[in-house]
Write a protein that binds this ligand. Structure first.
Ligand SMILES: Cc1cc2nc3c(=O)[nH]c(=O)nc-3n(C[C@H](O)[C@H](O)[C@H](O)COP(=O)(O)OP(=O)(O)OC[C@H]3O[C@@H](n4cnc5c(N)ncnc54)[C@H](O)[C@@H]3O)c2cc1C
Length: 415
């Protein structure tokens, strides 16, 4: 027999747990099931600090059991398909669950197969990624003895707009402190054509880049890795821009440009989960198709999506989920009681904590318009201008935000 839940949540990550906890905080009688296969819940925003050797990886994880809200049922399984007409989902163990409301929050997929040579080279030797194994990143940085330190940024969308470059600033700082910098060239090869889309923040970051003497190659998309020869191959698109040119050993093969490296930090292509991409819930790009203000699915009114899986045009971050969860909660509670959507809207808020070195940070906060909108609460921390580097922002990132995450946000409290 099918098992029915009033509200079914797919995914027990940041979005799934924040939303389920908040719903139950407002109404403890709701009948909520959370389908989540993993035994571990991760706080990924601290992985940049782990990769920079300044945070313990073990402190970024907790058992899934400990974060599942008390009045919810944890279904230890993986969703393989959704049938929005029948209001049902099927799991890997071939069980069927039905729902009144569905919250889709399975995050995204890191697809290494999209870069030739990546599956066999990732997290081995001098190839590392904070997205897959930040402990390995720290080993690579710690053991780097000079040469070309190459950092890459994939095409959008990918999670945490700033993560590909934050680790570079920490690495550069570490190289400077340990005497390696004088025989090192730090290079950033980005698929994008600018350093960041919020102009106030971009201005500060370009100053950081100039101060550190980092060479930037825009419009470079990583396509292939030859890890035995330590060469990364890029497709370079029209309008290629270079900033702070550094002399490099550049190769050419058909349409690809190769750069020799002595260490390589990369971000595997970020794609929608297969069961979303292959379902009627996705748009033509494969991401879950929701209204960007209400987070309600565009076709199926009893389905909501939030977190990395959706197609909302903003940076995919935990910070954005902090603002998305209350909208989904309000909408579902209103639909239950009055069959109407709630009035709160999501404005595209997201934030990127740009660590620019040990003890320094810039905080990019913005909405759909990409306008810089710093939180007025920062003034209470004596931070006058968060678009500039500040040590207090580093304290926020390293100590305050993890505390708020585990003790407030995951427990359904708004901060
Ligand atoms: C290196 C790095 C640095 C970052 N830095 C920051 C930062 O500084 N600030 C910030 O705000 N954000 C940052 N982020 C981004 C942030 O961590 C993510 O945006 C956030 O975790 C997304 O939450 P989510 O719930 O959508 O996905 P996740 O937290 O990834 O959770 C998805 C969950 O769904 C489960 N799942 C997957 N498939 C299925 C399925 N088929 N059925 C059931 N369950 C499934 C998974 O097991 C997982 O538990 C960073 C991320 C990385 C990798």
């Amino acid at each position: 027999m099918d098992i029915h839940y009033q509200i079914l949540v797919i995914g027990g990550g940041t979005a799934g747990i924040m939303t389920a906890s908040s719903l139950l905080k407002k109404n403890s009688k709701l009948n909520i099931g959370i389908i989540e296969p993993s035994q571990t819940h991760w706080y990924q925003p601290a992985w940049t600090l782990v990769g920079g050797g300044t945070y313990n990886f073990d402190k970024t994880k907790r058992s899934m059991q400990s974060v599942i809200p008390k009045n919810a049922t944890w279904i230890k399984d993986r969703v393989v398909s959704v049938d929005p007409v029948q209001n049902s989902v099927v799991t890997k163990s071939n069980k069927k669950y039905t729902y009144d409301y569905l919250i889709v929050a399975p995050g995204l997929k890191l697809d290494t197969s999209l870069v030739e040579g990546l599956p066999k080279s990732i997290d081995k030797g001098v190839v590392c990624s904070n997205y897959t194994n930040p402990n390995h990143t720290w080993n690579v940085i710690k053991n780097f003895k000079g040469g070309v330190a190459l950092f890459t940024q994939p095409p959008k969308p990918y999670k945490c707009g700033g993560a590909p470059q934050k680790i570079m600033y920490l690495a550069d700082d570490y190289f400077a402190k340990n005497g390696v910098k004088k025989n090192t060239k730090v290079v950033y090869a980005s698929a994008s054509d600018s350093i960041f889309e919020v102009s106030e923040i971009a201005k500060t970051l370009m100053k950081v880049i100039d101060r550190k003497g980092i060479g930037i190659k825009f419009n470079h998309e990583l396509k292939k890795i030859e890890s035995d020869k330590q060469i990364a191959w890029f497709k370079v698109s029209a309008g290629y821009i270079e900033h702070n040119p550094v002399e490099l050993d550049i190769l050419q093969e058909n349409e690809l440009i190769g750069i020799r490296y002595d260490m390589l930090h990369l971000v595997p292509p970020n794609t929608p989960p297969d069961f979303i991409k292959n379902s009627v819930l996705s748009d033509s790009t494969g991401w879950m198709d929701v209204d960007q203000y209400t987070l309600q699915h565009k076709e199926y009114p009893n389905i909501f999506g939030l977190g990395d899986v959706t197609n909302v045009p903003t940076s995919k971050t935990g910070a954005s989920i902090r603002k998305q969860a209350p909208v989904v909660v309000n909408n579902i509670l209103e639909l239950i009681t009055s069959q109407k959507l709630g009035t709160t809207k999501y404005d595209g808020y997201s934030s990127c904590p740009f660590i620019t070195g040990y003890g320094k940070m810039v905080l990019a906060e913005f909405d759909y318009t990409k306008k810089f909108i710093p939180d007025p609460k920062l003034k209470k921390m004596w931070i006058k201008d968060s678009s500039k580097e500040h040590w207090r922002l580093w304290i926020l990132k390293k100590y305050i935000l993890p505390y708020l995450y585990w003790n407030k946000l995951l427990k359904g409290k708004e901060v």
